[in-house]
Design a protein around this ligand. Sequence first.
Ligand code: BG6
Ligand code: MG
Length: 223
Amino acid sequence: MIYRAAIFDLDGVLADTARLHLAAWRQVAQELKRPWAEDTSENLKGLERMASLEVILGEERDQFSDREKIDLANTKNRYYQKLIRSLSPIDLLPGAGELLAWLHEKQIPIALASASKNAQAVLQALEISHYFSTIADPEQSAPKPCPDIFLAAAKGLQVEPELCVAFEDAVAGVSAIKAAQGMIAIGVGSENSLRNADYIVCSLEDFNPRDFFLSAIRAADVS
Ligand code: BG6
Ligand code: MG
């Protein structure tokens, strides 16, 4: 198969920010005196903001009005934005900078498919914005595990979904890729939780782009 484009999730794949989302939610949970179960961190991965709040509120969710929920989500976002102020290129996850640079050098187009409304600020802080031809807008797409944001990213790149390789660290994100019309899912993280992915790597350092994209480069050379 000749893959022609790469689509990345951001938090927990390129950027070491999944832990910052969790830290901000933990602070909100503590203020509400909500318990933090063993699987809460894993369950929150990749979920958009309001869906994450529902997880935090648990069985108490019906005791909060819509207005109160919006206020709590805004509070979490303020905590998160404070935490990302100190981000810099050292907060790229292992292998991320090298992979983006390799793809860019080989002229393989790159898109972002992140649920985060803070994604552009994070890309800038990490100094990787220039690698992305397209940033899919989470406000225009149904949340993961719906495939919409990955399909929007492929459309933005003008590459068929089945010719795109997409990277995710969250169960909901891998499900979104697998529902995206033949797109290939690379799970970044643990085999236990991401077994739905086509391939799993511990980190992007273990992903060899030559295995997926070199044929695209050769085909481009020939044509
Ligand atoms: C995802 C993160 O990328 O973005 C989630 O994995 C986060 O943890 C979601 O909730 C939404 O982010 P934001 O910045 O819009 O609240
Ligand atoms: Mg993620």
